[in-house]
Design a binder for this molecule. Sequence first.
Ligand code: MV4
Length: 526
Amino acid sequence: MYKNVLKPYKFNKMLVAKSNRNTQKTIYICPPNFMKKILIANRGEIALRVMRTAKEMGIKTVAVFSEADRKALHVRYADEAVCIGPPPSNQSYLLGDKIIEVALQLGVDGIHPGYGFLSENAHFARKVKEAGITFIGPSAESMELMGGKISAKNAVAKFNVPMVPGTKDALTDVNDAKKIAAEIGYPILIKASAGGGGKGMRVVVVESEFEEQIKLAQSEAKSAFGDDAVFIEKYVGAPRHIEFQILGDTHGNIVHLFERECSIQRRHQKLVEEAPSSCLTEEVRQKMGEAAVNVAKACNYVGAGTVEFLVDDQLNFYFLEMNTRLQVEHPVTEQIVNLDLVKEQIRIARGETLGYAQSDLKINGHAIELRVCAEDPANNFLPDIGRLNTYKTPQGYGVRVDDSFEAGMEIPIQYDPMIAKLITFGKDREEAIKRMIRAIDDYQLTGIETTLPFGKFVMKHEAFISGNFDTKFIEKHFNPKNLKELNNYNEAYAFAAGELFFANEANSKQQALVEKNSNWLQNRKA
Ligand code: MV4
């Protein structure tokens, strides 16, 4: 870690000079509490989220903002704020060099990247470090290794982590690839090494389509990512998406903070997340946790990271990829382990030890997050723009709202359409679900359409309540027509009527299909 504070030019009175025999450079060894001022290279709820923790830790904060965010809450909340450019991200929040320049001018000693924007940009992390500033996140090397799917699979292979049957290297010869595909068995999935969030994926159902699909995938990958490396995997139909939160310090300690279930997604956009998952047995949880820690070891991970797995209906799990950042859905983990993940990130970046072992960590209760987005679920989730005329968030026991809006504000169109994260937690899953329904009903929001009614649809759906769902939940169960009925009814009879409605009508056909295709319920009871 103390290599991390190699500071050739930025002088800080807190630092103690030492000379390094190998590099001949002067290195300054920092006392553990050296972080006095951090810059948050982000906007919106996550910028506020990070600043609140910094404030509690006695750390000053610097906001950067675009011209579209002059009135944003993260700008008001920070101790100092600097406008870095026009609204488009590539002229503001993505300008790494400009952000580093601001940080140096203001005497910042740490940069927190949040999620999105520059958060997984290894080049930026390296430049931050070279400027003598601590990047609050993993090393550029870890980010590079996990950034490419092929390099990630190869790094992880030596650590006994289960992976979907397939190739670990980029395909070069179509005929070799065809042989491997035949051995794996169809359907197979072609993935781009540089792809992410489902981009650059193609399913091949029969061998006769293989060659054509490979060529298409390669040229697509080339034009989208500038890298035509693709590989193949056995296609896992209707899996669940389960990810493990991990934390690693600079002293080689790595723990996992259990899992988040993120199967309720639409076009690779997560909409509902929860912790823990409703389908894992204690035994599988432990095995997956061990595998996640091994993935972190494989890339010498430092900081907060997430290891993603696919889980099939027999509870077989397969490593997918690692996200080298704090994720949007991190609050559900915070609620069940009683840890502030941003505080942990900052402590780790300061060189402190974790201070707890795996055996000290326990799951307490259940947490669910709904992403409240400016999208109309009744209209194919089309983005809805406008002003928040009424905006009053739900309150009370077991409810948390991470947002960055006030009544009267416009939703800027240049950025992510997420308005808020509504998180509820309870002693068990049932309580968290009922609390979420209450919180959605208490949410006062007018002026734009949001995913709040969709959240209620999910919370009241038999498949969600029973835990018998997967990544195809929306395709299988969601029909915008159901939204209106669900949200126009009289509350007094709604609860019973709603349950009846779902049990009998909407799902009878789908339910038969689900039961044929999946064994989630049986596994859960096993
Ligand atoms: C898969 C898969 C089935 N089989 N790999 C989608 C995003 C990317 N991170 C990996 N993804 C998938 N990989 C194999 N071998 C299905 C998906 C997938 C998916 C994964 C997680 C959550 C939602 C998903 C929706 C569609 C497809």
